[in-house]
Design a protein around this ligand. Sequence first.
Ligand SMILES: CC(C)(COP(=O)(O)OP(=O)(O)OC[C@H]1O[C@@H](n2cnc3c(N)ncnc32)[C@H](O)[C@@H]1OP(=O)(O)O)[C@@H](O)C(=O)NCCC(=O)NCCS
Length: 388
Amino acid sequence: MNDVFIVEACRSAIGKRGKGLAGLKPADLLGAVQKGALDRSGIAPERIDQVVGGCVSQVGEQSFNIARVAWLSQGLPIEVAATTVDAQCGSSQQATSMGATMIAAGVEDIVMTCGVEMMSRVPLGSATKDASPMGESYAQHFQPTSQFTGAAMIAEEYGITRADTDQFGLESQTKAIEAWKEDRFAREIVGIEAPVLDGSFQPTGDFQSIDKDEGLRATTLEALQGLNAVPGQEIHTAGSSSQISDGAAAIIMASEKACQEFGLKPRAKIVATTLVGVDPVTMLKGPIPATRKVLARAGLSVEDIDIFEVNEAFASVVLGWQKDLNIDPSKVNVNGGAIALGHPTGSTGARLITTALHELERRKGKYALIAMCCGGGLGTGTIIERLD
Ligand SMILES: CC(C)(COP(=O)(O)OP(=O)(O)OC[C@H]1O[C@@H](n2cnc3c(N)ncnc32)[C@H](O)[C@@H]1OP(=O)(O)O)[C@@H](O)C(=O)NCCC(=O)NCCS
């Protein structure tokens, strides 16, 4: 197999529902980030062999192969093809694994992977609103549940209490605020020009530059303790669940041959990737077997990893994973996670890889492991190794 190198990774700032990015069409947001990745890398667009994108709600404004529509919306070369995949919340992490596999197999030399979700415009659940793919035969095997129920089941299984999840919510916010104060995210962000909206969600004709995550909130434990639990459970609140957000991210990977030919600097190597299936009822336990499998594939152990980015879909997802694998919490989501920053679902996988790469570079670490839980019972895993 060929080595696969990350040569560029960037993302938009993450917009709060209905705020800074909400006036953009998903294709325009993703296209701006795809273009941003190309510009930063210096790679001519026609050198990209394929684009693989991820998106969860592939309906309406996010339908018709959004990764391709985004590319064409920027006037980029028609000869460069794109595919959009659906692995639910893990979509752009799985897109990145698939892109990496193309290079590893020698099928392609330079691949862009990316993801987008504009939950302000295409709300979670839009794709199944009018018709569910789960019929009687599915129900014979599994009772369809929601992610909220899955998160509560994990809390119960691992003895995670409301006090634990409130504390976790506070720490996510505190770490993200600190990271922004130290300007740790600035290098990974592509500024986006977005229409200013009025109170009725209509464009005013003005534009604003969005380059800072909008979900952060200075909060206290007392404030978090006072929040109502989300419907159907007693543990998680808005302060310990991922936020509804808008965002996009893009990564460019290349083979050694392409790095040499085009003078690209390999910033990190893709060491191993995985996608695992888990019980679709508990749904969100995927990061546990994904971490075990990707570590085994890499021949590494938990202790070898400098930093973990495990998506904060809900606090219990990360806390349960941490307990199960006996992970040092000081290495986990060191700059905060989706509770504070937001979780524009289809883009989060590529966003986490982007953030992990920049944090490894900042602290001169070696390995980062990225894992996500995904609706329907999947878990994504990626290990990257920073190169000097
Ligand atoms: C949890 C969830 C239902 C909350 O939605 P919401 O009620 O619209 O959330 P809001 O941001 O409006 O916050 C609700 C309230 O909590 C407050 N709040 C939120 N975070 C807070 C914090 N850290 N500190 C203090 N207050 C906070 C807000 O101010 C708001 O108060 P208000 O109603 O007085 O304005 C929603 O974020 C959600 O569905 N998250 C999960 C998304 C998901 O499933 N993604 C896929 C993962 S598998």
